[in-house]
Design a protein around this ligand. Structure first.
Ligand code: ZN
Ligand code: ZN
Length: 179
């Protein structure tokens, strides 16, 4: 459930309900709530731009906007911080009246209410769909060495192979410690 955020509520009082009438949407503000998925997202305080229009159509108000934002997160392979620019388009119809032909398991349609539309939910959906589920700092990122945890690079990263006899001794010492 998304908490309503006044920054994402657009007033349509200027929009005449004749098909073809439109109003411009040009918003730029720092986010006051995080939008994203666990591993990557647009953080509080980052600039968020919404640019486009709302157009009256026969059944409602059609929102078409482009979103520009910065997402930050961590590379899933090496855990380095990463930054990603998000460009995504949102197009959604907000109905003036709930459609009469709504089937029982249809999603509830977006509605114009009190001459306002709340564009947060479709924007959150679009951004979350746009974000990579497994972000990485570069295609060639090799991640971390499973043995020492250091970042692997193209250069050689090797460990002296432990002599099996020493490793047996190591096990014995571990065993002793537990006693
Ligand atoms: Zn990485
Ligand atoms: Zn290593």
């Amino acid at each position: 459930m998304i908490t309503p955020n006044p920054k994402f509520i657009l007033s349509l009082s200027e929009l005449k309900r004749h098909p073809g009438e439109k109003i411009d949407v040009d918003l730029l503000f720092p986010l006051n709530e995080r939008i994203g998925i666990d591993i990557i997202g647009c953080e509080i305080g980052s600039e968020f731009s919404i640019l486009g229009r709302v157009e009256a159509v026969s059944t409602g108000a059609l929102l078409t906007v482009e979103i520009e934002a910065d997402a930050t997160g961590e590379c899933v392979r090496c855990l380095d911080p990463i930054r990603l620019e998000i460009f995504t388009t949102v197009q959604e119809l907000f109905h003036f009246e709930p459609p009469a032909d709504l089937e029982e398991d249809d999603d509830l349609p977006l509605l114009v209410s009190d001459d306002q539309i709340d564009i947060l939910a479709p924007i959150v959906d679009a951004i979350c769909l746009d974000l990579p589920l497994a972000p990485h700092c570069s295609e060639s990122c090799l991640g971390l060495c499973p043995e020492c945890g250091e970042r692997l690079t193209d250069g050689a990263h090797t460990h002296e192979a432990i002599d099996p006899r020493w490793s047996a001794l190591g096990n014995l010492l571990d065993f002793r410690k537990k006693e």
